[in-house]
Design a protein around this ligand. Structure first.
Ligand SMILES: Cc1cc2nc3c(=O)[nH]c(=O)nc-3n(C[C@H](O)[C@H](O)[C@H](O)COP(=O)(O)O)c2cc1C
Length: 484
């Protein structure tokens, strides 16, 4: 086993899906001595679409050339590189949706895409690279994790759920052992848990299995109760925690107790949601505070509370190296200056049922009227929920799909109200949105935390954009040099 890196970063650039914390952003942050985290969300899809777009800079092909399983890399190139849709004339041809009995093709694509993102982030420096997964998004987890580990990822971070089995699963995969994860099935009357399964040996199909290093695991939590529970788990403890307050960008933990809402329909957080940092410190593992920690004062505060540092998302999300499409970033920054971009904690938008931060900015489905006008279509499927059909088989449904389809699958019509297609919206925000055969375009959806209102502080006078190093210098209170 190779040795683990022991230095703890002061700043973790948070994982931001879909594609916002791109390998370019994570690599830049790591080159300045802090930890860059790529997003592992829906990578198979975005990887395939980038290949279809031609991979102009050649980075993905370069990564595929280093994939330990050359036959698989070749199959992926043949299937997706510069391949245009010929059948229904959408801009992008379809990529299979994740499911429990998904094709070998999708599993290969998922492993390779996660490998490529981490491989590219790790090129040319000795710094730390992590990958972020969402616990709620269960089906792609095992092949994604394996792909990231093939590229020697340093840290795995997981939030949006209770990632109780991850320490054990990561240890097993590091030994190239077969692994399973129980998958939550709605309306399941069956006592036996349904498992997702991944076998490195089957995947390698006779080829040599590379030796792997076990990455560290950080659980993203929003309460000391959950941190304590995870620390005592029989599946092993995380190696540390990211402790995230509900003003953070992306998904947020719902308020504890009976839900109440303000006039804008945002969930109201109260005293019970205040995180007991002292109790987290008492666990004795390293931790980083997140959610509104995008300033030197907040970093100093976190350190004074015994944290190893902070995890920051929003401040990095709109810098030049992030994966949001450049014109979208420019529009959002301009709108902030004009006070025309407002962050809403939307209790309904996400099909997961978790509150989700939506930036209400023109030209995106974050504006209610624009979101309501979108014709519902579910063709990416990352947030579909598996459910047990009457015939005993497993089906998949999403409250953002056409209402009648969802209801026909046993879903409640009230659960469809106000839902947005996060898959298509977030992918579009990276500039990879589908253009359908009727020429209608999937419009972007932008997420950001409450810190968005302070973001213009990173712009130097006369400039329209800022870089990741501007954020890092601001947070650390000093000019930085590359530490490569
Ligand atoms: C654009 C954006 C996307 C995000 N996506 C994810 C995600 O996919 N998974 C996750 O665990 N956290 C996600 N987050 C949360 C960040 O990782 C980080 O914890 C958070 O942004 C910290 O709070 P801040 O936004 O106030 O800096 C996202 C945040 C932003 C701004």
């Amino acid at each position: 086993m190779l040795e683990k890196k022991k230095l703890l970063p002061r700043i973790i650039q948070g994982g931001m899906g879909v594609g916002v914390s791109s390998w370019k952003l994570a690599k830049t942050v790591a080159m300045y001595g802090q930890m860059g985290v790529v997003s592992g969300t829906a990578l198979a899809l975005t990887f395939a679409r980038r290949l279809m777009d031609g991979d102009e800079e050649g980075f993905l092909e370069h990564a595929l050339d280093h994939f330990p399983f050359p036959k698989i890399a070749q199959r992926i190139k043949e299937k997706y590189l510069k391949v245009v849709e010929t059948q229904n004339k959408n801009k992008y041809k379809g990529v299979p949706m994740p499911s429990l009995d998904q094709s070998k093709e999708l599993t290969e694509l998922t492993v390779a895409a996660n490998f490529a993102e981490v491989f590219l982030a790790k090129q040319g420096h000795q710094g730390l690279i992590g990958i972020n997964f969402l616990e709620k998004l269960q089906i792609p987890t095992l092949p994604s994790l394996y792909g990231a580990m093939l590229a020697d990822v340093d840290y795995v971070l997981m939030g949006a759920g209770i990632p109780v089995r991850m320490p054990y699963t990561i240890s097993e995969l590091a030994l190239n052992h077969d692994v399973t994860l129980p998958i939550k099935i709605a309306e399941d009357g069956i006592n036996e848990p349904t498992l997702s399964y991944f076998s490195p040996t089957d995947f390698a199909d006779g080829e040599h299995l590379p030796q792997l290093r076990r990455p560290q695991f950080l659980a993203i939590v929003s309460s000391s109760t959950l941190a304590t529970h995870l620390n005592r788990s029989s599946f092993g403890s995380p190696d540390g925690f990211v402790v995230e307050a509900p003003i953070a960008g992306g998904h947020n933990a719902p308020p504890r107790g009976k839900a109440t809402y303000n006039e804008q329909g945002e969930p109201i957080y109260g005293n019970r949601d205040v995180i007991d940092i002292a109790a987290i410190k008492d666990i004795g593992l390293p931790f980083w505070l997140a959610g509104g920690y995008g300033s030197k004062e907040q970093l100093d505060y976190a350190l004074s509370q015994g944290a190893s540092g902070v995890q920051v998302g929003t401040a990095f999300a709109f810098c030049e190296e992030s994966g949001f499409h450049p014109t979208l970033k420019e529009r959002v920054l301009k709108a902030i200056g004009l006070k025309k971009a407002h962050v809403k904690t939307d209790a309904l938008a996400s099909p997961t049922g978790f509150p989700f931060k939506v930036v209400e900015v023109e030209g995106t489905i974050g504006i209610k009227e624009i979101g309501d006008q979108r014709t519902r279509i579910c063709d990416l499927g990352y947030l579909r929920e598996p459910y047990r059909k009457e015939n005993g088989k497993i089906g998949y449904r999403c409250p953002s799909e056409p209402e009648k389809d969802y209801v026909a699958k046993g879903g409640k019509v009230e659960d469809t109200v106000g839902r947005r297609c996060l898959c298509n919206g977030l992918v579009s925000s990276m500039g990879l949105g589908q253009v359908r055969n009727n020429m209608s375009e999937e419009l972007p959806l932008v997420t950001a935390g409450d810190d968005l209102k302070y973001i213009l502080k990173f712009l130097k006078p006369g400039q329209k954009s800022y870089k990741a190093v501007d954020v890092l210098s601001h947070l650390l209170g000093q000019n930085l040099n590359l530490v490569v």
